[in-house]
Every structure is written in C-alpha cells, then in structure tokens.
Design a protein around this ligand. Structure first.
Ligand SMILES: [Zn+2]
Length: 195
C-alpha cells in the first residue's frame, strides 16, 4: 500500500482471517492495519494516526489524518473511517461496529463515535495531552449519554506510540534546521509534548 493512499476494497482480502484466532490476536491484526494507515499519514506530513472500522471481523473502512492536506480540521483518522463506513453501510448509525485507532481519540472524535453508535473502541496508545476517553476527559462515560461504547487501550501500544514519537522527533529536527528560513511546516504551538 502506497503511503497516503486511501483504503481500497482490496483491504477486505486482508480482513478475512482465521476465526480461530484469539480475541487479542484479532485486535492486533486490525491494529496493525491501522498502523499502516498511520505510517501513510506520516509519509504525507500528517500527524500519524490511523483508524479501521470493522463489522463482524470484516473491514468496512479505514482512514488516517489528512487535516493539513484537506485543510479540514475534522479530517482525523477516526472521522475518515466513520465517514467512509457510513457510505459503505448506507447508514449513519454503525451499531455493532468496532473502531480501531492507533491513538486515543480527541473531543471531536468521541462525539462522532457516540453519534455513530459504534459498539466498541480499541485504542493503541493513550494521548496524555488531549485524549478524551481516559487521559484528559472521560467523555464516553458521561452519565447522561444514552449510548455506551465499550473501550480498551494497549493493543500494539508500543508501536502506536513509536510512530508518533518518531514523527514528532523528526519534525522537531527539521524545524531546527529550517529555523532561519521561511517555515513550511504547520505551527508547533499545539504539538503534544508527550510524543
Ligand atoms: Zn479526533
């Protein structure tokens, strides 16, 4: 899969897996695909986060951050996967779906997941700076919500964290080198210091 390329139907071939695999192995399988998406984002200069939407162990959609290229603040990996998944299902409700994300979702994506009624959220690494599921807020646990999402983190955690750390490390080095010239990179003001 070339970096930055959107999810194609051929992904479905990869989603057909031995049903005898244990649950954690299933999670790792799909998280690995989310990681590929994240690496594709990095290759395009986007913050490397990837997401995969799954229904009955089949991949419906996948996505990665494309906010910079799309000039769209809502183009997070989760939103991309949810948008594409809704088109595949022909329904904005995605009951029964699992969403795999390499990094803990933000405020916006938590809201979208609740609107979409996904059943389960599987996360790689927590985001201590802006994660809204466990780290900075616990939006999925708000008492007045009429939909509950099962959530867990720690699947391929080290790899999911590394892809972010490597990206920001490299960007900081590039930034240092280009400090005196016109800066073509996005502002680092809000860059998570945790990576
Ligand atoms: Zn988000």
């Amino acid at each position: 899969m070339s970096p930055g390329r959107r999810c194609q139907p051929k992904w479905e071939r990869e989603s057909k897996m031995d049903i005898s695999l244990e649950r954690d192995e299933q999670h790792e399988h799909f998280m690995e695909i989310a990681l590929r998406e994240a690496r594709g984002a990095a290759a395009s200069g986007e913050v490397p986060v990837g997401a995969v939407l799954v229904l009955d162990d089949r991949i419906l959609a996948c996505g990665h951050n494309r906010s910079i290229r799309s000039m769209d603040p809502t183009a997070h990996a989760e939103m991309e996967a949810l948008r594409q998944g809704a088109q595949v299902l022909g329904n904005y409700r995605m009951e029964g779906c699992r969403l795999y994300v390499t990094k803990e979702p933000c405020l916006m994506c938590c809201g979208a997941m609740i609107h979409a009624r996904i059943r389960e959220l599987i996360v790689g690494a927590r985001d201590e700076k802006s994660g809204a599921v466990w780290s900075r807020a616990q939006l999925l646990d708000l008492p007045w919500l009429n939909h509950r999402i099962i959530s867990r983190f720690g699947i391929l955690e080290e790899s999911c964290r590394s892809v972010l750390q490597d990206f920001f490390q490299q960007r900081r080095e590039t930034r240092k080198k280009e400090k005196s010239s016109a800066d073509p990179l996005p502002s680092l003001e809000n860059e998570p210091q945790v990576w």
